[in-house]
Design a protein around this ligand. Sequence first.
Ligand code: FDM
Length: 210
Amino acid sequence: MPRGVFIVFEGLDRSGKTTQTEKLTDYLNSIGKKTILQRFPDRAEPVTGPAINNYLLNAKSIGEQKEGMHLLFAANRWFLAEGIEAALAAGTNVVADRYSFSGVSYSLSKGVPQAFAASPEIGLLRPDIVLFFDVDAATVAQRGGFGDEVMEKAEFQALVKQNMSQFADKDFWTPIDANKTIDEVHENVKIIAEKAIATASELPLRRFEP
Ligand code: FDM
């Protein structure tokens, strides 16, 4: 049996990732390709979820407890890692709404050093493909709901975008024009995801290295 494929969506807040992860998961299941959706942070994860949710909703400043929060976001991924690996091994695709790339970029934007930001990710599964939702920080700032959580500030989002560009040369990094309509973006996502599923399931899974 071929393994499942691990597809991650990354990008700024309100770039359309959540809508598109849901649409892709529904589509893949509808054509008989078993797929689960995993959001990061997973606020339902019992150990780290409540603390992360409390920070996102109630922190007085973006930089509050930045190192501790960084480790909590990473721990949230580690607590879910076994489940993801089991699903992939059983032939189920995993679509993730954010992952380590948000972890590193958001914390760097708060002033956490690069080595500290990257090290808790070492050993976690590397996705087969990352769909990077490319949209301007000024555009997301105008979208509905922006500003509800502590990190939804236009200048901070611009910094996150800049820090995320460090991954642009990775072979798994695939930019998506997220300024288009929901249906246009979905069509584009479908094509890229199906191609990834056709090729990646033959390749071994890899992990983040030091
Ligand atoms: N975020 C997300 C981080 O700061 N670190 C992380 O490791 C992850 C996965 O949490 F502002 C930030 C990004 C975003 C916030 O994300 C919550 P959602 O997608 O709005 O739930």
